[in-house]
Design a protein around this ligand. Structure first.
Ligand code: GDP
Length: 195
């Protein structure tokens, strides 16, 4: 799946701009700066692919990429910006709700969590929305290279404890470092084996 071409398809700001849900789909969500672009670039092996989503003005778009010709990889806008205007946040939440409940082919959401910080209240809001939308989600820990292994356990305990309260959570965590490449092959195979 990841040996083929990954192409940016389009960025959308409303449901009617979305491509038809005619193939398997996975999406990526996370707080701004969690390392989402870096992870998508590492997964697809294409540096700079997900950078478009980080340029100002495009941050509220849902970006669709095609994986080979068989899957969509969807980059949701980063959340939790300190100074985001309320109207922008509300618009985004509306679109996100529509997206999560409107895509029959969405097989899994990957919620990215910084290994240094663990799950924050804004992450929990997304997880609750995923529960309500009945979208199975899996937590991907990012930037694992920044935390010593002995210290990782404490954070992981917190994450597991919080996940236990979310019915849509898939229990297995994926530890990743986009910098070092750790966890990237595992994440690829998780996506490739979804049916
Ligand atoms: P996004 O806002 O979630 O798309 O985050 P980015 O991918 O732009 O990453 C935010 C910052 O974290 C950048 O400075 C990246 O270089 C850094 N970063 C991302 N992933 C890793 C990682 O695995 N290890 C380390 N050490 N830094 C990372």
């Amino acid at each position: 799946l990841f040996a083929g071409e990954t192409e940016f398809l389009k960025g959308v700001v409303a449901m009617d701009g979305m491509p038809p849900d005619d193939r398997l789909e996975v999406c990526f969500a996370g707080r701004s700066n969690v390392g989402k672009s870096s992870l998508i670039n590492a997964l697809t092996g294409r540096k700079g692919l997900a950078r478009a989503s980080n340029t100002p003005g495009r941050t509220q778009e849902i970006n669709f990429f095609t994986l080979a010709d068989s899957h969509y990889l969807v980059d949701l806008p980063g959340y939790g910006y300190a100074n985001a205007p309320v109207a922008v946040v509300e618009k985004w939440q509306r679109l996100l709700k529509q997206y999560l409940s409107g895509r029959a082919t969405l097989r899994r959401a990957f919620v990215l969590v910084d290994t240094r910080h663990g799950i924050k209240p804004v992450d929990e809001e997304i997880m609750t929305l995923l529960d309500k939308s009945a979208v199975t989600f899996q937590v991907v820990m990012t930037k694992a290279d920044k935390v010593k292994e002995a210290e990782q356990e404490k954070i992981l305990d917190q994450v597991r404890e919080k996940l236990a309260k979310h019915p849509a959570a898939y229990p297995e965590l994926v530890m990743t470092s986009s910098e070092k490449g750790d966890g990237i092959p595992l994440l690829r195979s998780i996506i490739a084996t979804l049916t």
